[in-house]
Design a protein around this ligand. Structure first.
Ligand code: GDP
Length: 289
């Protein structure tokens, strides 16, 4: 038995993940295509490198994301060593069916007809891991929900055709290095509600949408958006939709929820909250502060 050594700073979640990774061949990392960096956990890349494991990076929920932004992200990730990035909608069985062959191509040394190909799904809560797992297994084994963190126990399942699939090792929270990441995750429902106030999240989302998708906002709410900032947009939506509190004032929380629900459900159109360029600019801005 080789002695396993983990750096002292590795906490138990990391150690568990590192141990799980020792027994797999390919990591399937699921991210949200609308915010691929904000919805990734840097620990996954760290552990992959530690264990020298290739990664199939899935930009999931691509049915909701801006296709141009998704293309830019795929180029960005495909330039990285040992990474193959693909866009996917885990709800679409035909797209999910491509995944085993993609994993096989990343671990050709397992393709000798005797060794099983061992895959592990990793990702932060609510990016679609259970949906993907169900689709890969073609039966309902993992509980799918819209509340973060419904996957609690790690399980390894036989996919047939010499393949096994292990689900995410424990809970992997996003690492929030930038304020914007927290807001993007909250807007996309990757972190639980109440953690941040809806109005603040909607105002942040409003700023991004005003900068990147003003026409989608104008079309959905029939308002003139020129010169508006995030809070003004939320107010305008409230007025337009008649969100009033008792006594006649604006119900800004209700207005905020309208914007958030419209974004989350795709009712506004296909939207991405970050691109490789906006991400690089954000990182540069923060470094200069
Ligand atoms: P997990 O916490 O990572 O296991 O995420 P789930 O599989 O529970 O999915 C979270 C939510 O996202 C659920 O409401 C799913 O129906 C939804 N979802 C998952 N994949 C997709 C997708 O490709 N497109 C869309 N539109 N929704 C998805």
């Amino acid at each position: 038995m080789p002695i396993q050594w983990f750096p002292g700073h590795m906490n138990s979640a990391r150690r568990n993940a590192a141990e799980s990774m020792a027994a797999i061949d390919v990591v399937i990392e699921v991210t949200d295509a609308r915010l691929p960096e904000a919805s990734s956990n840097p620990m996954i890349a760290e552990l992959r490198k530690f264990r020298n494991r290739p990664c199939l990076k899935l930009l999931n929920k691509s049915d909701l994301a801006d296709p141009a932004a998704t293309r830019a992200w795929m180029d960005f990730y495909n330039a990285q060593p040992d990474v193959k990035a693909v866009q996917i909608s885990a709800k679409n069985p035909a797209e999910v069916a491509r995944i085993p062959a993609l994993c096989r191509s990343l671990a050709p040394h397992r393709d000798d007809g005797t060794k099983p190909l061992r895959m592990m799904i990793m990702g932060i809560p609510n990016v679609g891991k259970s949906t993907l797992m169900n689709a890969l297994l073609k039966r309902k084994v993992a509980k799918v929900g819209d509340e973060p963190a419904v996957t609690k126990h790690q399980q390894t399942l036989d996919l047939g055709a010499g393949m096994t699939l292990t689900d995410t090792p424990g809970l992997m929270w996003p690492k929030i290095d930038y304020d914007a990441d927290g807001y993007m995750l909250a807007a996309s429902h990757a972190i639980g509600r109440n953690a941040v106030i809806d109005e603040e999240v909607a105002a942040f989302l409003g700023e991004v949408l005003l900068a990147r998708y003003p026409n989608l906002l104008a079309a959905r709410y029939k308002i003139k958006v020129e010169g508006m900032d995030g809070p003004a947009l939320v107010e305008a939506i409230g007025r337009r939709r008649g969100c009033l509190v008792k006594g006649g004032g604006l119900d800004l929380e209700k207005a905020a929820q309208i914007l958030l629900v419209d974004y989350r459900s795709g009712a506004l159109g296909r939207i991405s909250l970050e691109t490789p360029e906006t991400r690089a600019a954000m990182v540069e801005r923060q470094a200069a502060e």
